[in-house]
Design a protein around this ligand. Sequence first.
Ligand SMILES: C[S@@+](CC[C@H](N)C(=O)[O-])C[C@H]1O[C@@H](n2cnc3c(N)ncnc32)[C@H](O)[C@@H]1O
Length: 264
Amino acid sequence: MPLEPLAERGFGTRAEEYELARPGWPGEVVDALARELDVGRESTVVDLAAGTGKLTRELVPRAGRVVAVEPSEAMRRQLAALVPGAQALDGTAEAIPLADASADAVFVAEAFHWFATQPAVAEIARVLRPGGGLALLWNVHQWGGDDPGIRPVGELIGSRRAGGATREERYQSGAWREPFDRCGLFEPLREVEVRHEQVTDLDGLLLHISTWSFVAALDEPEREALLADARTILERELPDPGRVVIPYRTDAHWTRRLPQPSTG
Ligand SMILES: C[S@@+](CC[C@H](N)C(=O)[O-])C[C@H]1O[C@@H](n2cnc3c(N)ncnc32)[C@H](O)[C@@H]1O
């Protein structure tokens, strides 16, 4: 069935745009993490920084109880409507509204780079039972993939970036690992990667780009110019503007809380 153009599907708030424009998480990677971390129908899992619940909806069918913690009210409202099987709570990584040792696993998708600090890692360890699991996930664009229509967009965005690091740069720098190296609260991180795709259309790809924090932070004229240039490139390069495939690699890292802090 051809996709209805996004502009006609209607979107208003940021949270709605996020929900429409961002990719989900491949079931394959969530299955692998559930297996590694012994998540099952008896487990209580936390989706920390849950956004509109893109990972939450994958956790609900795999766990017993899913608590989604998210500081943005607009995001939580979307999540509650889209994933009624989860409990949505206001909270942050630095102040998780759960009791000590009450969670079997904590998942953080596309967000850990925002709060990769010792206090947040200690707070995650506090809510995990000893031996409980922690999974950190990121979707990494594969602009240089098979689709020649997509590659120039990656180049354009790279050339227009200003200011702070992008989400992918923050992730790929590996700086987010530092609090683990120093805290002695978790086993060494292990990882798995899976390829997947987001199928959208030309408007969907432009909306997707406009939801990135560095694009949203540009001055209005710069933002409009970037999106107009991206549209020009896409209209020229895409064989079918009604069907755009955005390729990703999902990187997932997992670990377990040590029973006792390690001093080594
Ligand atoms: C890119 S979104 C990821 C949403 C969702 N996990 C997903 O996979 O689509 C990042 C989320 O982190 C949340 N966030 C930002 N700072 C946070 C903090 N200190 N503690 C918890 N969540 C935070 C934001 O409100 C936002 O919903």
